[in-house]
Write a protein of this length. Structure first.
Length: 291
């Protein structure tokens, strides 16, 4: 029986928690595409983080052309590896490449743009090492230890989080947090298909479809602007809705919780918000052109 296919709480004995602590190793996968300005500092901060278990860092250079490759060539650390894609394949593809070679018991993505703080990983590991849960999300709570450069990005994430919660009868706070810590074996067995930003959505959708509900821990977040390399747009929001609907319409799996009968019910509100964001973006573009 698949141990991840249930959302029922499980009592854990003290000796089992101790065994879990001894066996935990974290594989941190850092996708990097044209991150010349931040990659060196991001790696240094991750490698110096005080984590409560052994960890490794896998940097996947996703076809960078801005000098990121040359910086990574100088990386020399026994717990860090670099894998190079011959061309840009997408963030999702980079995460899957990293997971293929990872050696840990648990897996977590970590962006190379300094939006998140490596020190928060220790708090995400705590409930896992105590044997209390297996899937932990580091969530960005609006107005709490966060800084958003764009209200539109924050609003879009909240709309998509609402859509996922309605579709899968869940109570999520942040569907698109980068910090999704889960067992490496579970990540590998989910048969993920998305190569771009859509993988972020697909991970959550497939977890919820299995009946898995992430344990949420607030983390710090320092958003960057489009001018400083933010790559996500409203089009990625539309793709997110498509992924949510695709996974939701797949055959039910053991232990899954029933969401709305028709995924279109949840899509309606989120699509309206995204369309408003698109209109705002277009209007801003016209004003910039006229100016």
């Amino acid at each position: 029986m698949n141990v991840y296919a249930t959302n029922r709480p499980r009592l854990v004995a003290a000796e089992e928690r101790a065994a879990t602590t001894r066996q935990t190793m974290l594989s941190i996968v850092m996708p990097a595409y044209n991150e010349r300005r931040t990659i060196a500092r991001a790696i240094a901060e991750v490698m110096s983080a005080a984590l409560p278990c052994p960890f490794e860092l896998i940097v996947v250079n996703d076809g960078s052309t801005d000098g990121t490759t040359e910086i990574l060539q100088a990386l020399n650390h026994p717990r860090a590896r670099v894998i190079n894609h011959p061309r840009n394949l997408g963030k999702g593809a980079a995460l899957q490449t990293g997971a293929e070679v990872a050696r840990g018991t648990h897996f977590v993505p970590f962006d190379a743009d300094l939006e998140y703080e490596p020190g928060d990983l220790a708090r995400l590991l705590e409930p896992v090492m105590q044997g209390r849960c297996e899937v932990v999300y580091g969530v960005r709570l609006f107005g709490t230890n966060t800084r958003y450069q764009s209200y539109k990005h924050a609003l879009g994430n909240r709309a998509l989080t609402l859509a996922a919660s309605l579709m899968y009868n869940a109570s999520l706070s942040d569907i698109h947090t980068c910090l999704k810590l889960l067992p490496l074996a579970l990540f590998r067995e989910m048969n993920l298909r998305e190569d771009g930003f859509g993988l972020d959505t697909e991970i959550t959708a497939k977890l919820l479809h299995r009946g898995v509900r992430p344990f949420e821990i607030p983390v710090s977040y320092h958003s960057r602007s489009v001018a400083h390399g933010k790559k996500i747009t409203w089009r990625d929001g539309v793709k997110c809705l498509q992924v949510l609907a695709r996974v939701r319409s797949a055959p039910k799996q053991t232990g899954s919780s029933q969401g709305v009968e028709d995924p279109l019910e949840a899509l309606a509100v989120s699509t309206l918000i995204l369309s408003e964001l698109e209109t705002t973006d277009d209007a801003a573009g016209r004003r910039a052109a006229e100016g």
